[in-house]
Design a protein around this ligand. Sequence first.
Ligand SMILES: [Zn+2]
Length: 465
Amino acid sequence: MKKAEDFSEWYNDIVEKANLTDKRYPVKGMNVWTPYGWKIMRAIDTNIREEFDATSHDEVCFPLLIPEDQFAKEKEHIKGFDTEVFWVTHAGLTPLDVRLLLRPTSETAMYPIFSLWVRSHADLPLKTYQIVNTFRYETKQTRAFIRVREIHFFESHTCHADFEDAERQVREDYEILERLAKRWCIPYKLLKRTDWDKFPGAAYTVGIDTVLPNGRTLQLGSIHQYMDNFSKPYEIKYEGEDGQHRYAHQTTFGMSERLVGAIVAIHGDDKGLVLPPEVATMQAVVIPVLAKGATEAVSQAARELAEEIRQAGIRTHLDERDLRPGAKYYDWELKGVPLRVELGIRDMEKGVVTLVRRDTGEKSLAHRKDAAGAVKDMLDKIAADLLTNAGSIMDASIVTVDSLDDLPDKFIRAGWCGTEECGHRIEDRTERNIIGTPVEGEGFKGMCVVCGKPTTTPVYIARAM
Ligand SMILES: [Zn+2]
């Protein structure tokens, strides 16, 4: 299957062939995590935990079930989710007095408890996160890692003394995201959602969006400023130093297994996955190229080589299966292992090893003596190149237009005066969505693509995946 010809088919094919998921589970949108897929997800979760622990967030774990009356307290929030929630109505054969729902997100599970935890200014800021499954009934066609009904969800929830401190948290979230996305080699844009598209209950929502090879955007996560929209109904109040009681201001940051989908979609090619070294279960695979008469010597040397690379802190696999090297190359290319290290009798005679990059297919020789160092340097180079190339591809997919006629299948950027009326006109005329306006100024000068008023705000328009 060719990625350039039919991206959608290619994606479905590759996640299955690389054994990231098993699609045979009888409930659609509920993923069976295979060992290989789960290891990649776990590597991503580990990165997330490292970054959030390092910025003084504490991991928590709240219950899956939320009572209906707690869920209903924030009116906008319930309106946004009530068509998507799964209900628990019975305990055994007995109908429940208060229905329970499976969390679609955890605000309404956490905030009644936060109101008990936050009493005084000394309790703030409260910075927590959890990595749990959430459930949303997705009505559209499901797709592995991208459109699911059981979501592997990261969510941070914070409480602050005032709006300014919550804003500081939002900026810290941007910094955390920048470090994480660099580790995963994923380019993205921070786009502020329109008022009619923000998270239910949020003061504002910033989406984290990337572009897929078919020109569609994929939202990887979002960061929300709630102000006191939730703390009022949930009574999250604290006593300030002056003895006054005030409502906390809150933020959240959410991401999901879509990150796995993005890595597959952005970096993969016609041979299979291309994993960024940071999330690769195996960063290097050592393959002995056996020759008649020297089998034992080459095997032994390959074992020593693999051990040496492993000792240098690189996740290394030695492939000693009784298969032709070509068959092994095919397997590891499909699995996306970033670097192949080949060792044959000729390499041994010359005192070298052969390195083959998964991303470019490029071969190079390294001195056997500093093989581990060369592998490490090459992995760093692969990561840097993956990010640079993906960034260039994303930039090239953005097309700035001054008319909505004959739009290409790209990420469209156009002037917008900011009124809801012109915003809806843009969406109706293009049959696409306004993804948002850039959080970082882009020095844009132009005119609203609908009403012609001068504006410095561009709007990004696309079809979402
Ligand atoms: Zn306008």
